[in-house]
Write a protein that binds this ligand. Structure first.
Ligand code: ADP
Length: 313
């Protein structure tokens, strides 16, 4: 990752919550023997499918699920800009949109008209840049406005296919954008990825959003999904004239909650009106040139996450 990374002291405060790379890879190694063994009652097809999923996942170093307690806090915006920041820092990144009810990644990345293709065996992700491949349910559904009824098992099947059948290849990071709340999708990711998955929770500073984050963190704990930290989005407004941070909403709620819940605080992303415009234009904000407090904030958060996960060596 870029060398501009900072390690906020809050990260050091909670060593018990550090989901180290060693712990996730150790558990993967220790489970690899049992993973290769046929399970009781498993058919040939089930065994093959499970092997394919295991093989696919073992080629991906870090699997990061981006969650939020409620909608509208900027979860998808954060997922996209985080994935792009990690890719721009030289990492191989996959971005997987598992928000079946409102897939917004294709819009945020200007992917209208893109269709993933298969090669007979696998589904090929859309390679947006050399380092960034994307797969979204929004790229596969014909009519974006059609109401699709997805019941739990169907969602689970779709997420399994995305993890097992998409030719992600060797990745440093797979960033997964889940719908807000504590529904089937994050549950499916936690179950399918197993001990290698970690969660990042996005919130805004207001009390209402914060209350929902508490639920998200409890949910992750229930799923044994390690929370690598909280990002506070729309945290103050950086005045374009003087650079001073003006706290339009409250600020610091995310960090306070992180301390209270004993999870690391990964950083704050200020409000930036251009973010909405760049989302509508299908161009990730962090790709634009020029100095910006928000671009720096995204890059710092990406560095902190990479550091927490132990890098990609
Ligand atoms: P979610 O995925 O949580 O529902 P979105 O990522 O769709 O939220 O963002 C909701 C809206 O907020 C979008 O219009 C987006 O452009 C805007 N937004 C997100 N983050 C910021 C920010 N830091 N500054 C200004 N607008 C933002």
């Amino acid at each position: 990752m870029a060398s501009d990374s900072e390690s906020p002291s809050s990260l050091v405060d909670h060593p018990q919550n550090q989901p180290t790379q060693a712990s996730s890879s150790d558990s993967r190694e220790s489970s690899s023997f049992t993973a290769k063994q046929r399970r009781d009652g498993e058919s040939d097809k089930q065994y093959e499918d499970r092997q394919k999923l295991e093989n696919r996942l073992s080629a991906i170093k870090h699997k990061i699920l981006v969650l939020s307690g409620k909608g509208g806090v900027g979860k998808s915006t954060v997922a996209v800009n985080l994935a792009v920041s990690l890719a721009r820092a030289g990492n191989k990144v996959g971005l997987m949109d598992v928000d079946v009810h409102g897939p917004s990644i294709p819009t945020l990345l200007g992917m209208t008209g893109y269709r993933p293709v298969g090669d007979g065996n696998d589904l090929l992700q859309v390679q947006m840049t050399k380092n960034l491949g994307v797969m979204s349910i929004g790229l596969l559904v014909e009519d974006k406005n059609a109401a699709v009824i997805w019941r739990g098992p169907l969602k689970f099947g779709m997420i399994r296919q995305f993890l097992r059948d998409v030719a992600w290849g060797e990745l440093d990071y797979l960033v997964m954008d889940a719908p807000p709340g504590t529904g089937d999708e994050p549950r499916a990711v936690a179950e399918l990825v197993g001990p290698g998955a970690v969660a990042v929770v996005v919130t805004t500073p207001q009390d209402l959003a914060i209350a929902d984050v508490r639920r998200s963190i409890s949910f992750c704990r229930e799923l044994s999904l390690p929370v690598i930290g909280i990002i506070e989005n729309m945290s103050g407004y950086s005045c374009p004239k003087c650079g001073e941070i003006i706290n339009i909403f409250k600020a610091g709620g995310g960090e306070k909650l992180a301390n209270e819940m004993q999870v690391p605080f990964l950083g704050a992303i200020p409000i930036e009106p251009e973010i909405a415009a760049s989302g509508d234009a299908g161009k990730p904000f962090v790709e634009a040139e020029g100095d910006s407090a928000v671009r720096t904030a995204f890059s710092n958060v990406a560095s902190v996450i990479a550091d927490r996960l132990g890098g990609t060596d």
